[in-house]
Design a protein around this ligand. Structure first.
Ligand code: ASP
Length: 344
């Protein structure tokens, strides 16, 4: 007899797994092994579903690279036992975690779907049930014997998005995430419609593994009108800073002040890496289009094209932590490794 499809649910924390404590009204985590009490619909799947919960569970504002390692190792440990993985995670840093895992996994051949909720699973109007149920369905979906979406994704409201293309967009509405530079990999309506042509297909012959060394000597500097020399220099001179994600204006522009170009150039000449990412929600960096970005190019700044800040940061941390050769890192920062940059 054919084995049922098996799914591992990993609960890390966040609003989805919470209920209101009647006495205080405060949100407290549920015992996740009892999830089917909150979502009895789970019993109606003919899949074999198991759950693992982080101990302790964490609000995603507390997430660190060590949690990404814990998650990746959990999946690595159970990789051969399940057909797909669903990670329940707080929404606040979900885009960072999904980006990080997409770069950590080498030759991923199974779906890893992050989801969460804006309203706790114990509330009547929760969005958590639909998010969870559809994520499980997507993680289990196969076509011609192959998983439908062998990628790290975020499913939220009715869209399945490539994880490293997402950003948290609303703290208020059910559509908490946006993927402005990449269309959804699937949309759930009456049916789940997959956008097959943009789903990445792995080489099934290559073995799955993880990379897990992050260099946390990476930071984000967002430009703003009136930014001072002392502020920029204090960041560039931070001890142990090896990489910087520079959030510039529009298509990658920055003030032309000599002190800024000089400071950035000094940083790159000393071996630091700077990746130019736009502050805009959508669109891409095009260095050299305006006078205001030519100086950045001359200072050795690398174009991040249309990468999100979340993907830029996690990619840089992992590359700096796992590769010695700076030229190789620069090369990898300029190219798409997991579909995080649109092909130029
Ligand atoms: N603060 C929560 C978290 O990110 C919010 C949420 O789950 O949506 O863990």
């Amino acid at each position: 007899m054919k084995e049922p499809t098996s799914i591992l649910l990993i609960y890390t924390g966040g609003t989805i797994g919470m209920v209101h404590q009647p006495e205080t009204g405060a949100l407290i985590p549920i015992d996740f092994s009892q999830i089917s009490q909150q979502v009895p619909e789970l019993k109606r799947f003919d899949y074999h579903i198991e759950t693992i919960a982080f101990d302790p569970v964490i609000d995603s504002s507390e997430v660190n690279p060590s949690d990404w390692v814990k998650l990746a190792r959990t999946i690595e440990k159970h990789y051969n036992d399940y057909d797909g993985f669903v990670i329940l995670h707080g929404t606040d840093t979900m885009a960072y975690s999904a980006s990080a895992l997409s770069f950590m996994f080498q030759n991923l051949t199974k779906p890893v779907i992050f989801t969460g909720a804006q309203l706790p699973i114990g509330m009547l109007r929760t969005d958590g049930k639909e998010n969870l149920i559809t994520s499980i369905e997507i993680a289990a979906a196969r076509e011609k014997g192959r998983p439908m979406v062998p990628e790290v994704c975020i499913y939220f409201e009715n869209k399945l998005m490539r994880g490293n293309r997402t950003t948290k967009y609303s703290s208020e509405h059910f559509n908490a995430f946006a993927s402005p530079n990449n269309p959804p990999l699937a949309v759930a309506g009456l049916q789940i419609r997959y956008n097959h042509s943009i789903i990445r297909q792995p080489d099934l012959q290559k073995p799955f593994s993880i990379k897990e060394n992050f260099d946390t000597g990476v930071g984000i500097l967002k430009l703003f009108p009136g930014i001072s020399r002392s502020f920029v220099e204090s960041i560039l001179d931070s001890p142990g800073l090896h990489g910087l994600v520079l959030e510039t204006y529009g298509s990658g522009n920055a003030p032309t002040s000599i002190w800024l170009s000089y400071g950035l150039h000094r940083f790159t000449l000393n071996g630091g890496l700077i990746l130019n990412v736009t502050q805009c929600q959508a669109g891409f960096v095009e260095m050299g289009l305006y006078e205001t970005s030519r100086g950045l190019k001359a200072a050795g700044v690398i174009s991040g094209h249309d990468i999100t800040t979340e993907a830029a940061l996690t990619k840089m941390m992992l590359l700096l932590g796992s590769i010695e050769d700076k030229e190789e890192i620069k090369e990898k920062l300029s190219t798409s490794l997991r579909g995080e940059i649109t092909a130029i």
